[in-house]
Design a protein around this ligand. Structure first.
Ligand code: NAD
Length: 253
């Protein structure tokens, strides 16, 4: 039956940036759909763990700083030790630095590119190697952005990093589809999380953004849950290399 194809029972998912925001919402959604979730963040994820365990779900917390790729072998080892396999990777952890392009610093460039792009690729590579070793296929879901399609203002490294996420999502699909691996991305619009706190605090920018969103409101972590479950599930087996916007109509404007 069609709804059974959305179920994730018996699956194991890694979600990065699981402590808050979109990563917390996605962790909860995958767990509700039946997956065991490994939440990776540089701070603990107590709220996420509590919420998952409240409905009898399984959640393993791993504290790791994804600014470098050094923790990746340990993340994979702990996941396999706890749950024995891996089926889904959600590359959600990401940062943004705001500064006029004319003054933009090398540090603001390197930091954002490190976590938003380099770690996304090498964690995906580690997951794909595991999917291939299991001969099971698997799902890679990366969090892209409107800045995978548009230029943005005062965020040059963020725009570069999220445009890169769109590109490597397509590349991974091209190389790994034949192994039953799907690589897709979710491009959230303007969502009310820590990531956009500075933007929402700027009355002028906030009003201009809200006025342009056809849905007439900022998005929430709940808004990305359905797409995340779809892309993590058998229901999306023939969707590959695609970037799905969840933006209240922003790109349609
Ligand atoms: P957020 O800042 O609330 O969440 C980011 C998460 O990443 C947090 O859990 C944080 O602790 C974690 N993180 C940050 N640095 C880390 C590090 N060095 N190591 C490990 N984990 C780290 O913001 P969010 O909006 O939930 O962002 C989630 C993703 O969605 C990001 O990739 C962001 O770029 C993307 N995104 C957000 C929006 C939006 O409007 N909020 C729009 C498009 C894309």
């Amino acid at each position: 039956m069609i709804l059974d194809k959305f179920k994730l029972n018996g699956k194991v998912a890694i979600v990065t940036g699981s402590s808050t925001g979109l990563g917390q919402g996605i962790s909860l959604a995958l767990a509700e759909a039946g997956a065991a979730v490994v939440g990776v963040d540089y701070v603990p994820s107590p709220d996420t763990k509590k919420a998952v365990e409240a409905f009898g779900g399984r959640f393993l917390e791993i504290v790791a700083d994804l600014m470098t790729i050094a923790p990746i072998p340990d993340i994979m080892a702990k996941t396999l030790a706890a749950f024995g396999r891996l089926d889904i990777l959600v590359n959600n952890a990401g940062i943004i630095r705001r500064q006029d392009a004319i003054e933009f610093s090398e540090k603001n460039w390197d930091d954002v590119m490190a976590i938003n792009t380099k770690t996304v690729f090498f964690l995906s590579q580690a997951a794909a190697r595991q999917f291939m070793a299991q001969k099971s296929g698997g799902k890679i879901i990366s969090i892209a952005s409107m800045l995978s399609f548009q230029g943005g203002i005062r965020i040059p490294s963020y725009t570069a990093s999220k445009s890169a996420v769109a590109g490597i999502t397509r590349l991974m699909a091209n190389e790994w589809a034949k192994f039953g691996i799907n690589a897709n991305a979710i491009a959230p619009g303007y969502m009310a999380t820590n990531n956009t706190q500075a933007l929402r605090a700027d009355a002028e920018r906030s009003e201009a953004i809200l006025e342009r969103i056809p849905a007439g409101r900022w998005g929430t972590p709940a808004d990305v849950q359905g797409v995340a479950v779809f892309l993590a599930s058998e229901a999306s087996d023939y969707v590959n290399g695609y970037i799905i916007a969840v933006d209240g109509g922003w790109l349609a404007r």
